[in-house]
Design a protein around this ligand. Structure first.
Ligand code: PMT
Length: 314
């Protein structure tokens, strides 16, 4: 078996060959190419932020699926900060997860934002006016200036096919492009061609399912799809004792430029950026109630990206 940096080439090809075709691939490509052309011709840096968890369907006409935990908060907050830093963002997100500029809106129940003074008028409740105004204005500005392109996915099949499309489309942007891979990606899946078409019967006792391993796409992203892009991956653990060791291993194995290590319960307070120049703990400014860890994290990542671009030109 031939390999791409230790990665089974056959495994990767067979994953894509057996995936159900991406719906509206042509439409996605058209939007993507227009967005990249517009921003790269203006000399703007472009980052692909992935966000939310991928699902693994258990049936082709899916009723049941396995999910990966991620609220999408990290991706949404990071996207806002990248736009603020002057980047154009391709936001590849799980449908239904947290969206940029909407983090301050109540989601439960969202309709509490509104009131009807009479039958023909709808108004935003005074307590939510500021949050709704900022969400609408900032989101509309980012989209109107072509600084934000949102592309939704649900399944692992959609996510990986879209990531490949984006990476290949960004190839010519070279060092000015970045991948910031905050999505929680399934490690195991049911291959499409071995999956039952209809809803699994529940009357015949316990269910045995054999899951195949999803090929790690980080290696192929780095070596083949977008080798010149700046690449940040994430490492999530629930046991803080093994977090840094695992992140350091991933840094060496996948040759990404940095790994953002986070522990599930403290992920909103601090992360550790692991890279060949050492480990940096990044915290939320706890004396400022509005502060989020992504404010300081994106500042650091943007700085590192600037150095990378400079070094690539020398
Ligand atoms: O969304 P929030 O609730 O705000 O939470 C944010 C977060 C905790 C989800 C986020 O900060 C985070 O850590 N995301 C990555 C979680 C994860 O899936 O880690 P992992 O150890 O499974 O994967 C590590 C890296 O390998 C990831 O960058 C992933 O993109 C990549 N991967 C994973 C599986 C796979 N088959 N191929 C991959 O390339």
């Amino acid at each position: 078996m031939s390999s791409i940096s230790g990665l089974g080439e056959d495994e990767v090809s067979s994953f894509f060959e057996s995936s159900p075709p991406l719906k509206n691939k042509e439409g996605i490509l058209e939007k993507l190419n227009g967005f990249i052309e517009h921003n790269s011709s203006g000399g703007r840096r472009i980052v692909c932020v992935t966000s939310g968890g991928t699902t693994v369907p258990l049936e082709q006409r899916c009723v049941r699926y396995i999910d990966n935990f991620s609220s999408g908060n990290r991706g949404a907050a990071s996207t806002e900060n990248f736009v603020k830093a002057g980047y154009a963002v391709v936001f590849l997100y799980r449908s239904g997860t947290c969206q940029p500029y909407c983090r301050s809106l109540p989601d439960d129940p969202f309709l509490d934002c509104f009131q009807f003074p009479d039958k023909t008028n709808i108004q935003v409740h005074a307590s939510h006016v500021e949050a709704v105004k900022m969400a609408v204005m900032d989101q509309q500005a980012a989209v109107a200036e072509s600084r934000l392109l949102k592309l939704p996915f649900t399944t692992i099949y959609e996510y990986l096919q879209m990531l490949r499309l984006i990476a290949t489309a960004l190839k010519d942007v070279g060092p000015c492009s970045m991948f910031y891979l905050a999505a929680a990606v399934s490690d195991f899946y049911v291959p499409w061609n071995t999956m039952t078409e209809h809803k699994i019967e529940s009357g015949s006792g316990p269910l045995d399912i054999r899951l195949a391993q999803v090929p790690k796409m980080l290696s192929i992203l780095r070596t083949t799809w977008a080798p010149k892009a700046f690449c940040i991956s994430f490492k999530l653990e629930t046991d803080s004792k093994i977090l840094i060791e695992k992140a350091t291993k991933a840094l060496g194995k996948y040759k990404v430029h940095a790994v953002v290590a986070n522990e599930l319960s403290t992920r909103k307070e601090e992360v550790v950026v692991v890279s060949s120049s050492g480990n940096v703990v990044v915290r939320r400014d706890s004396d400022k109630p509005e502060s989020i860890v992504e404010d300081n994290l994106i500042r650091l990542i943007v700085d590192r990206h600037s150095t990378y671009i400079k070094e690539s030109h020398t």
